[in-house]
Structures are given as C-alpha cells and as structure tokens.
Design a protein around this ligand. Structure first.
Ligand code: CA
Length: 249
C-alpha cells in the first residue's frame, strides 16, 4: 500500500507526552515471519512488545496484563481478530486497537471500525506507516487526568482528595483512596489483582499475602461506597478482578 511520502516523514513524535520505554504493545499475529519482524522492529523503536499467536491467547493476555495498545491481525486461526475485538469491547475493555487486515475490502474496514477498532492497516504495509499510526493512537490514548471523577452519584475529587456519594462525604484511608482512584482511572476495564499489586501496592511480585491484603481493602472500600446507597458500583468479576460500573448499564 502506498501512502503520501509526507506521512512517512513525520517527525518522531517531537511533542510526545509519553516515554516509549514504558509503552507496552501486544501484537496478535499468527504468521511467524511477520510477527517476528514486527516484534523486532518495534523493540528497536524502544517499545516493550508481547506476542500472541491466536485470538484466544491475545484475549487472555489483555485480561491478565497491562498493555497500552494492541495490534490485532484479523485473519487468525480459531477466533478471528474481529471476534476478539468484539468480545473486548462488549466487556468494556477500551484498550486502543489497530487492526491488520489482508483484505482490502471496504466491508472489512467498516466492520472493524464498527466493532470498535481505533484504526486499521491493510497488508502489506510499510513499517514506518505502522509506527506513525501507533504514535497517533498512543498520543490520543493518553488524555490529561481529569480532577473530578464521577460514576452515578459517586464523586472523587482528585484536587480536594475527597470522595462523596449522593452528596455524603465518605472517609477513606490513603490506600482506599488510591484504590478507588485507580478503579476510576480504569473505568470500563476489569482491574486484575496483578495490576493492583503493581500499580497501587507498588510490589514487583504477586503473592498470596498481598492478594489477601487486596481483598480486605476491596471489602472495606465496598462497604464504604456501596453499603446504604442505592445501586452497587464496585463489582467483583470472578476469576479476573474488580470493576467500577453502574449496576444496570
Ligand atoms: Ca493472519
């Protein structure tokens, strides 16, 4: 596929608001040669890259680890890229997704975008173009942190460091507050115990004792923000983790 040359001559994200070293990309591609070449190229650009060979594996990795972006091939053995994408979006997972498609058909592209893809590339593509698209998605995917977060009648004011529900102030410990803010920042996604261990407890390895500590804090937080109010907001997703959402979407 040929593109206007100016697209390939974009400056290397001069105004980037992210550091590449911390950017984690999941590549879901079954063709070994292409996947190895892309992984190597992206790593040379400084990205951290994980590879999945099937849709199922990709889906599992997105659920169990943190990624900033996924490059998802449409034509995969078993579950197709479009099916994986559909299931992610249905479960409220908002990770930016760039689809790779071998078929240059309008129908396929429309289907991909309708299913919730953020962008797509038709194979074969030029590697610099992939990089430019990834940079654009990553810039888009890192919005400024809003100071006031709300869900239904639950409000977290990050500037005042306060939480209230239905106008009633809720007293949280520092850890409970961090936990709630993290759940808010990942609203629409399921937050795993691995993510909480790393990002809230700042521990490098997950272990049973920390799981118990997390569960105790979740239980306390749930009691404070849900008990006595109408509509449960903090939910446990069995075998996966926790999510903040309204009861009947
Ligand atoms: Ca393929």
């Amino acid at each position: 596929m040929t593109r206007p040359s100016e697209i390939l001559q974009l400056p290397a994200a001069s105004s980037a608001r992210y550091t590449k070293e911390s950017v984690r990309i999941l590549l879901v591609e079954d063709e070994p040669k292409l996947s190895a070449a892309l992984q190597e190229g992206l790593q040379q650009e400084g990205y951290a890259v994980s590879v999945a060979k099937t849709g199922e594996e990709g889906f599992f990795l997105i659920y169990s680890e943190h990624f900033d972006l996924a490059v998802l091939d449409v034509m995969l053995p078993g579950r197709s890229g479009l099916e994986v994408l559909g299931r992610l979006r249905k479960n409220g997972i908002r990770i930016p997704v760039l689809l790779l498609t071998a078929r240059d058909s309008v129908e396929d592209r429309v289907k991909g975008l309708d299913t919730g893809a953020d962008d797509y590339l038709v194979k074969p593509f030029a590697f610099p173009e992939l990089l430019a698209r990834l940079r654009a998605l990553l810039r888009r995917g890192t919005p400024e942190k809003p100071g006031r977060l709300s869900l239904g009648d639950l409000v977290l004011d990050a500037n005042a460091h306060s939480v209230s529900r239905a106008g009633i102030p809720i007293d949280l410990t520092a850890r409970e507050y961090d936990l709630l803010e993290y759940l808010f920042r990942n609203q629409g996604s399921v937050v795993s115990r691995e993510m909480l261990t790393r990002d809230v407890w700042k521990e490098t390895a997950r272990a049973t004792p920390i799981d118990n500590v997390i569960d105790v804090h979740i239980a306390r937080l749930r009691r404070k923000i849900d008990e006595g109010f109408s509509g449960k907001l903090l939910h446990t997703v069995r075998g996966v983790g926790f999510t903040l959402r309204e009861e009947n979407p």
